[in-house]
Design a protein around this ligand. Structure first.
Ligand code: BGC
Length: 560
């Protein structure tokens, strides 16, 4: 344990272990083939046991169900297939009782086209909801490109009834709300207020750069001509903190590190996002893995800007969407595609992969290495359900849904997810090597050598060292291309981490010196320690790692 008192009671999100799940595929309590909130309640203690401290619930609202719940028809209710508002409160209560907070998806960039607001808006030019969406006589000369190439050709669609075009950054059935409109802004606050009152501790804000863009589509409206997205986000942050002092916003901002900085803090003022996913480092990690060369990841980490005080990175390896590689150069993207998605059917939108990590890497040692590395980085680790046991995907399931198959709890038909016959499951379970009889929570919890136990170890080590989460990160050059060396320093605490991204043994030489005399290195995994005076040679297994705390903390670490 770090001996230093750290104030994290009101900044719980600075060193949380976040676990993202979709209720519909997590646990079915009534055998109808769909997961539900009561099912989730029955599994929460297992997530607590894993060391999770924050659940991120994917959308659970009534939906037209064409984008897995991201096409909402009522922001103020629960999808009846999943439960009731009462069931949601029970999820939050039980999670709290097990030491976990709950955050939820906030998806107000758009609604479903079946949402009553849009049904009204499109009905006539003078509908009271007309300006709740973004309408124009013709698309602008340079429209934004669609987010899903191949599925949409434009971000503007003509609506025959009124002859005008409406904006949709995502699909044509997901019309963008005009959030410059005061009535829409009021609905947003009402909505955030509802969930905060029910006990959630924050929101994962979907599609931030679209939602809060100042683009001229807002100023084309009769209202909100001087709309300022960053200011609006700040005011929402103030609003949520007034309602609940601990509430945090985790933003989906897939931009460069430099551009992300503006979403953390604009003109010296906090933008309102406490957390943002680090998409750039995630993408470069894959390039490093393909090349067995830590270089691409090292350069991404070196470019990470220093963050303002109340800000934090969210580190992740996979999420519910395609593994987007849009920030890589075209030849780099091709390299990753060839190695990890050799078949065309594994790719999507020309920029992403619809697979989970273990099937891409094909080596359990590499999988463990990747998660160990993720937990060793300053920031908050975010797991996607099933990662803790190394679930695979089901490529017969269309598009991005391939990685959203039911959670695998037990080695039984239905995977312990549901007692419904296979044909009635919301989505099929993978077969073969990644089927529930080979990959499941129950077996792995009984096996101390399992990936599940490794993950539990990582959450424990991460939580044991609160300083790690908000330490500074320094990448140190080592001579071995495959090895990433980095030093985390904070609060009088220092950790040297070495991760071997290759499948060969490596021997790393470093000089570690302190003016105060000998230096002691403590291995965080096996508890051993050694005291050295100067040079050190450290052997790393293929895909091996070491996390070494360094005392005294001000020791200087250099390559030799
Ligand atoms: C979500 C996607 C969704 C899109 C549109 C994204 O940020 O992660 O799953 O399709 O928003 O709501």
């Amino acid at each position: 344990m770090s001996p230093h008192p750290i104030d994290y009671a009101d900044r719980w999100w600075r060193n949380a272990v976040v676990y993202c799940l979709d209720i519909q595929v997590f646990q079915d309590s009534d055998g109808d083939g769909d997961g539900d909130m009561q099912g989730l309640v029955s599994r929460i203690h297992e997530l607590a046991d894993l060391g999770v401290t924050c659940l991120w619930l994917m959308p659970f609202f009534p939906t037209a169900d064409r984008d897995d719940g991201y096409d909402i028809t009522d922001f103020f209710a629960v999808d009846p297939r999943l439960g009731t508002l009462g069931d949601l409160v029970e999820v939050i209560r039980v999670a709290r009782a097990q030491g976990m907070r709950v955050i939820i998806d906030f998806v107000m960039n758009h609604t479903s086209d079946k949402h009553p607001w849009f049904v009204s808006s499109r009905s006539s030019l003078d509908s009271p909801h007309r300006d709740w969406y973004v309408w124009r006589d013709a698309p602008p000369p340079k429209p934004d490109p669609p987010v899903f190439p191949g599925e949409e050709t434009s971000t503007w669609t003509k609506d025959e009834r009124t002859g005008q075009y409406y904006l949709h950054h995502f699909r044509s059935y997901q019309p963008d709300l005009n959030i410059a409109h005061p009535a829409v802004q009021e609905q947003i606050e009402r909505n955030l207020g509802l969930w905060l009152e029910l006990g959630v501790s924050g929101f994962r804000v979907d599609a931030v750069p679209f939602l809060f863009s100042n683009a001229d589509h807002h100023s084309s409206q009769p209202v909100g001509t001087d709309y300022d997205g960053a200011e609006h986000l700040r005011s929402l942050q103030r609003f949520v903190s007034r309602r609940n002092g601990e509430a945090a916003l985790l933003g989906e901002v897939n931009l460069t590190h430099e551009q992300q900085l503006a979403w953390f803090e604009a003109e010296g003022k906090s933008s309102g996002l406490q957390l943002q996913f680090d998409f750039v480092s995630m993408q470069r990690l894959y390039l490093s893995l393909v090349r067995k060369d830590a270089g691409p990841l090292a350069s991404a980490l070196r470019e990470r800007p220093e963050l303002p005080e109340a800000s934090q990175w969210a580190n992740f390896v996979r999420n519910h969407d395609e593994l987007t590689l849009d920030k890589l150069a075209p030849d780099e993207l091709e390299e990753v595609f060839e190695a990890f998605a050799p078949d065309e059917g594994m790719r999507v939108y020309g920029r992403g992969i619809r697979r989970r990590l273990p099937t891409m890497l094909g080596d359990d040692r590499a999988v463990r290495l990747v998660y160990t590395l993720m937990f060793s980085l300053p920031g908050v680790p975010v797991l996607f359900y099933g990662e803790e046991i190394g679930m695979g995907e089901h490529l017969d399931v269309p598009g991005r849904y391939a990685v959203r198959t039911p959670m695998q709890w037990e080695p039984v038909p239905g995977g312990g997810f549901s007692t419904a016959p296979a044909g009635r499951l919301v989505r099929p379970l993978p077969e073969g090597e990644f089927a529930p009889d080979r990959v499941n929570v129950a077996d792995q919890r009984r096996d101390p050598g399992s990936l599940w136990h490794h993950m539990q170890r990582l959450t424990t080590l991460y939580r044991d060292e609160p300083a790690l989460a908000w330490s500074t990160l320094e990448v140190i050059g080592v001579r071995q291309r495959a090895v990433l060396g980095h030093v985390c320093r904070g609060d009088g605490w220092t950790m040297l981490a070495l991760h071997n991204l290759g499948d060969a043994h490596e021997s790393v030489r470093l000089e570690i010196a302190s003016e105060a005399g000998p230096v002691t290195l403590g291995d965080r995994f096996d508890g051993s320690s050694i005291t050295i005076d100067g040079r050190l040679e450290i052997d790393l297994d293929p895909y091996g790692w070491r996390w070494l705390t360094v005392a005294p903390a001000d020791a200087v670490i250099k390559r030799v």
